[in-house]
Ligand binder design. Structure first.
Ligand SMILES: Cc1cc2nc3c(=O)[nH]c(=O)nc-3n(C[C@H](O)[C@H](O)[C@H](O)COP(=O)(O)OP(=O)(O)OC[C@H]3O[C@@H](n4cnc5c(N)ncnc54)[C@H](O)[C@@H]3O)c2cc1C
Length: 381
């Protein structure tokens, strides 16, 4: 039976970043690493259904993993994108407050400062008009370090680098169960071929669960994993509408974030090709369906009108949707990433990642470093 040192389940941006960081880390220089993905290719689920924004790290609870890994990850990501000449733009973002929201905007600035985001500039109505003539607001915060990324090019680059350093990538390979054996795991997978399904089992010493929306399901199929450490999954869908014609904005435009920070409000982003889109909204759902309700268009228009009064409803078109793998419900406070090693669940060699919602794209390289630190610490215990 084949044996690998490390198996990573899930080749979204998080699994890819971990594979890349592992492949270049000293302790794993000669390790055999396999990255398994159940879809026909990498990054086809949440990692290709998001806003593709490089977040500054403004809103998250201070000292949370989201705040720390976003701020650290943003720097690693910009350096990486520059080094490998990958498509991205540091456009800057404006968080626009209306008259009654000025105090809340000040609180956003303070929170950002506590998180180490010290470059936000206060913009008054007059300056806002100059920066963005189409935008209406009482005041705004300019975040110069926020940007946009072509997530597919980034993921392809991570995969190329990881493979060039020996990582084996297998798509159409679903992990269906993880068994504990003395000093290793027995992994059961199913490979999908054109002629049908084939079971394939192997051993590995360390196993990393980065299965995104399926992380909980896979954790519960891991022998010895106490279900009390598996947080409940709450699916929170976000729909996007594209806006035809050229973008009237030169920055990313955000309203004030939603209560409990469930979402960041229906904002405008521009993709690398210059296409303007609005979204995502927030809707807790029961299943993983990506169908967009075109009837939401009125609700979008009403939200957008607050900061972009001349929005033309005829230019809005249903575009795509993503689903946040939240581990908190609509009534709860904003949750954090959960990256569990044996100090939590008691199983040596196992790392489980839950609740990897935004800003995990921005934070991906820092998440990779964090997981490797955990694995190195565990090896020393
Ligand atoms: C609407 C929305 C907007 C967002 N906007 C931003 C943003 O602007 N900036 C930002 O930083 N972040 C953003 N995010 C967050 C970001 O997209 C995600 O945090 C990130 O893509 C998560 O990556 P992942 O690898 O954990 O998950 P995924 O991309 O879902 O990858 C998990 C992979 O595991 C595979 N898999 C599942 N089960 C198995 C199995 N049993 N065996 C093998 N493979 C398996 C899946 O097929 C999938 O490819 C947004 C998210 C959403 C939903």
């Amino acid at each position: 039976m084949d044996k690998f040192d490390v198996c990573i389940a899930g080749a979204g941006v998080v699994g890819l970043a971990i594979a890349y960081q592992l492949s270049k880390s000293a302790r794993y220089a000669n390790a055999s690493i396999v990255l398994l993905e159940r879809e026909p290719s990498f990054g086809q689920i949440t990692s290709s259904r998001n806003s593709e924004v490089i977040h500054a790290g403004i809103y998250y609870a201070t000292d949370s993993l989201k705040a720390n890994l976003c701020v650290a990850g943003k720097k690693l990501l910009y350096d990486h994108l520059q080094k490998f000449e990958l498509p991205h733009r540091k456009l800057g973002k404006l968080i626009v407050a209306q008259k009654t929201e000025e105090e809340a905007l000040e609180a956003v600035k303070e929170k950002a400062h506590e998180n180490g985001v010290t470059d936000l500039c206060w913009i008054d109505t007059h300056q806002l008009r100059k920066l963005e003539p189409e935008v209406r607001g009482h005041a705004a915060l300019l975040s110069p370090s926020t940007g946009i990324i072509d997530s597919h090019s980034y993921m392809q680059n991570l995969l190329n680098l990881a493979e060039s350093q020996g990582v084996i990538f297998a798509s159409r390979s679903e992990v269906i169960a993880v068994h504990q054996e003395p000093k290793s795991f027995l992994i059961n997978t199913v490979l999908t071929h054109t002629h049908g399904l084939e079971p394939y089992d192997f051993h590995c010493t360390e196993f990393i669960n980065c299965a995104g929306l399926n992380a909980q399901e896979l954790a519960l199929k891991t022998e010895g994993m106490n279900p009390k450490y598996v947080p409940r999954l709450h699916l929170c869908k976000g729909d996007y509408f594209s806006y035809s014609g050229g973008s009237p904005f030169s920055h990313l435009i955000y309203p004030m974030p939603e209560a409990n920070h469930i979402g960041l409000g229906i904002h405008s982003t521009i993709d690398i090709a210059g296409q303007l889109r609005f979204g995502p909204d927030t809707e807790f759902v029961d299943n993983q369906s990506y169908t967009i309700d075109a009837g939401k268009s009125n609700r979008f228009v009403n939200s957008i009108k607050r900061y972009f009064p001349t929005v033309d409803p005829a230019k809005l078109h249903p575009s795509y949707a993503g689903i946040r793998p939240k581990i908190v419900g609509p009534e709860d406070d904003a949750g954090d990433f959960q990256i569990q090693d044996s100090s939590i669940h008691g199983i040596k060699g196992l790392v489980q990642l839950f609740g990897m919602e935004s800003p995990a794209l921005t934070a991906s390289l820092a998440i990779g470093e964090y997981v490797i630190d955990q694995m190195n610490r565990e090896a020393r215990r």
